[in-house]
Ligand binder design. Structure first.
Ligand code: ZN
Length: 374
């Protein structure tokens, strides 16, 4: 048995046994070759001749190849002798490699699966929340009153065949709705938001000559197809008061969160209308808190902005609800009562103009106060 064979036998023996013990002494008397080993390469130096084995993973097969290469180059089968002290650290670190393979597989699988699923959803659903700051009132704020009609819509979609009187009363059919938009635009109305209205009252922000606010209660899905694109075509945008719990449940009558986000990105305002559309007046505090705070935080999580305006379900409210809205940071709320003028004294009971599904489009002039003297 020549020296090379002895060397390989020792290496292989150590590899198989998995022994990490150091080799205590050199094997051959006259080492002419030093095999130096690092974590990524094996380099064999031969007297007057340098041979470098290709960098490789550290395992015993590659080492064997390197040594064979040295042998081939030198043509001297007895000349290849690494020093044991160089080999020892390599063997210690190299031998665990076979066990690394099985440990990688099980750890990758469980960590990837659970972390991907939950992190993808929150990353999309919990954007950074940027609070809209309450503007500093100027000296005239407390005395300002402005006429800005706040239109109130519910359904904008075709009537179902079995529609009852309630549904008929809450529905503006798409063709009528488009005629209303054209009419309003031709009459010079330009849409603003509840924020614009509030900023005007607080510090005199300039409004268009004929400002108008479009609001849509309940967030029915038909809005996405029958109102949203047509409003955009006229340069109008609106405010949708969402029933967040019904959206969370995926109820098919209501906008999806994806639709709502698209409308938000297009400049529409999304504000809460409670979680499940229950009456909030004369109810326990805990119910009010759940319905108001729950819908506010849900919206906040989806759109990255703290909502500031609320629409009372069925128009019902009391002082407890107003106090709670104020406490958690709302700036105002709208009712279902009729009215055109707004101020900062009654910002939690701003009135609106209900747009009926029946009647001629030109009737809107009357609702907007054009034919009414105040
Ligand atoms: Zn409603």
């Amino acid at each position: 048995m020549n020296n090379l064979t002895v060397f390989l036998a020792i290496i292989l023996g150590l590899a198989i046994s998995g022994c990490g013990a150091q080799i205590e002494q050199p094997i051959l008397e006259e080492p002419q070759v030093v095999v130096s080993l690092t974590a990524t390469s094996i380099t064999s130096t031969v007297t007057n001749n340098l041979v470098s084995a290709s960098p490789s993973e550290m395992h015993i097969v590659t080492l064997t190849t390197a040594v064979t290469s040295v042998q081939s180059t030198t043509g001297n089968t007895s000349a290849v002798i690494p020093t044991a002290t160089v080999l020892a650290p390599y063997l210690v670190t190299a031998l665990p490699l076979p066990t690394q393979v099985p440990t990688q597989t099980p750890t990758q699988t469980p960590t990837q699966s659970p972390t991907q699923s939950p992190t993808q959803v929150p990353t999309r659903m919990i954007p950074m929340v940027t609070p809209t700051l309450w503007p500093t009132p100027d000296a005239e704020a407390s005395g300002r009153v402005v006429r800005v009609p706040i239109l109130m819509y519910h359904y904008v979609e075709p009537l179902p065949e079995n529609a009852d009187e309630l549904r008929v009363g809450l529905t503006v059919q798409p063709g009528i709705f488009r005629q209303q938009l054209a009419f309003l635009h031709a009459r010079g109305y330009r849409s603003v938001s509840l924020y614009d209205l509030l900023y005007h009252l607080v510090h005199g922000k300039t409004l268009p000559e004929k400002p108008l606010i479009f609001t849509f209660d309940d967030g029915y899905r038909g809005l996405y197809k029958h109102a949203f694109p047509h409003m955009q075509a006229f340069g109008f945008s609106g405010t949708v008061f969402l029933v967040t719990g019904l959206m969370d449940d995926g109820h098919e009558a209501y906008l999806t969160w994806e639709m709502a986000r698209e409308m938000d990105l297009a400049g529409w305002k999304l504000e809460p209308h409670s979680k499940t559309h229950v009456q909030l007046s004369d109810r326990p505090f805990e119910l009010v808190e759940y319905q108001v705070l729950g819908s506010m935080q849900t919206l906040q999580a989806h759109i990255g902005r703290q909502p500031r305006f609320f629409s009372y379900p069925s128009g019902r409210y009391d002082q407890q609800v107003i106090d709670y809205l104020t406490a958690v940071g709302f700036w105002g709320a709208v009712t279902t009562e009729y009215g055109l003028d707004h101020d900062l004294v009654n910002e939690f009971t701003w009135k609106r103009v209900r747009v009926p599904g029946r009647g001629s489009v030109s009737d809107l002039s009357k609702y907007l106060g054009e034919d009414i003297s105040y």
